[in-house]
Design a protein around this ligand. Sequence first.
Ligand SMILES: CC(=O)SCCNC(=O)CCNC(=O)[C@H](O)C(C)(C)COP(=O)(O)OP(=O)(O)OC[C@H]1O[C@@H](n2cnc3c(N)ncnc32)[C@H](O)[C@@H]1OP(=O)(O)O
Ligand SMILES: CC(C)C(=O)C(=O)O
Ligand SMILES: [Mg+2]
Length: 505
Amino acid sequence: MSRKIVIFDTTLRDGEQSPGASMNINEKVAIAKQLERLGVDVIEAGFAAASPGDKESIAEVSKVLEKPIIASLARAVKKDIEAAAEALKNAKRKRIHTFIATSPVHVEKKLGMSYEAVKEAAIDAVKYARNFTDDVEFSAEDATRSDWDYLCEIFEGAINAGAGTINIPDTVGYTTPQEYYDLINYILNKVPNIDKAVVSVHCHNDLGMAVANSLSAVLAGANQVECTINGIGERAGNAALEEIVMALKVRADFYKDCYTDINTKEIYTTSRLVSKLTGLKVQRNKAIVGKNAFAHEAGIHQDGVIKEKSTYEIMKPEDVGIDTSKLVLGKHSGRHGLEERLKELGYNLTKEQIDDLFVEFKKLADKKKEIYDEDLMALIEDKFKLIPQVYELVSLQVVAGNAASPTATIKLVKNGEEFEDAALGDGPVDATFKALERITYVKGRLISYDIQALTEGKDAIGEVTVKVYFPSIDTTIIGRGTSTDVIEASAKAYLDAINKALMRM
Ligand SMILES: CC(=O)SCCNC(=O)CCNC(=O)[C@H](O)C(C)(C)COP(=O)(O)OP(=O)(O)OC[C@H]1O[C@@H](n2cnc3c(N)ncnc32)[C@H](O)[C@@H]1OP(=O)(O)O
Ligand SMILES: CC(C)C(=O)C(=O)O
Ligand SMILES: [Mg+2]
């Protein structure tokens, strides 16, 4: 029978506890809006008592979001609960999430309280929070290092006091999938009023098992998973939302038809936004959202994917919002991969030519990490003497500003002859592209434009990458250009694409 798993996103609270990841109000609101589009059920927007800024962020998120439940964390103390209630005042649906630690080391060494006093504080906190909302969650911090019978006692008390969700955190990423499964099972069987609460799990990644532990808990019967985008969070991070959601989707057969309400096509956009606003880069080989997650370099894999994608892809990149998988050419690639890329670039070489080119390609691949389209084109020019008739940029003059119509005047040279023209545009970059098209008589449609700083500082070198569709050859071509001036880098990139297109006309 299918079972809905509630996705509780804590990117804005536990995720923000990653050193260096603090976000301001605008950044938190932008992420919260994207989380709403993603379809998460609960957004833990912060810890209201932590700072006036955090409280304000929770209040703002509460004001602007319609669908998800907005939660604030609070210690089991009145002033934290009051701060949470105040911050959540305008939320359409609000949850106060109160917690206290239950493990021996936390109770005895950190809190310096008796076990009875901790239990009493938990029950009092839940009761007090219920004065402000019907939706109260209670967490037993460091549950996985706590005595199981004591945990059951405290959860029973918290549920009787009015907690609708009880959370069993693996605060320090200590548990294992089997042990966590057994613990959840134990709680489900031993807590007499457990049917009155949603059982939630919250895992950290100190031993790299946060996702495995969360999924194991789902198998045991947990109905809410707490997680973060890109797995960011305290120390080694939290369970990654995208991995949990896609594991449940791709392996619904194994996870007993559990499902989430996540719109998985929004996963990649959300991942990029969180990475950009927190400054925490996503590692290339990160599951689901890493740059290499849908890239294939090995020849045998490329051959398989060209023949049938499911040979090496267990999910479609489009399902997580990534355009398409990518064949990266490098030293492990084979003839099939090379041939496929040549076709994409518009070359129709004979089998003998490809065999010839393959020898040079492997020699170059031994020296370079990745073979780009430009490298391939240079190899082809060299090998088959396809010398392109290219235009070179001589000068570029742009008039822009809020009081002028953007105009670009460009001079190019080809085979020693100079050509000059000017064009108006919607902006300086657009005017530049139009002027280039006027001079070369090549018309393209810009598909994407990307700019990256290659060096640091005010005089950083910028690299512009454009993807341009040329209707006359029905081909999309990538162009690149670098300069310390972004308009000049843009002009060089567009001209690079035009030159490549001309070679195929
Ligand atoms: C596992 C987790 O992720 S828990 C959440 C962790 N997140 C954060 O801590 C971020 C926000 N925190 C903060 O901004 C601050 O810690 C504050 C504002 C909450 C408290 O600051 P301070 O009052 O200066 O206390 P400080 O942080 O130094 O110490 C924590 C105090 O809370 C107590 N405490 C810790 N957890 C709890 C709890 N759940 N319930 C009640 N008291 C608690 C500690 O025993 C300690 O008490 P003490 O001052 O009597 O020794
Ligand atoms: C406050 C709780 C839920 C927490 O973040 C943890 O225990 O890791
Ligand atoms: Mg945590």
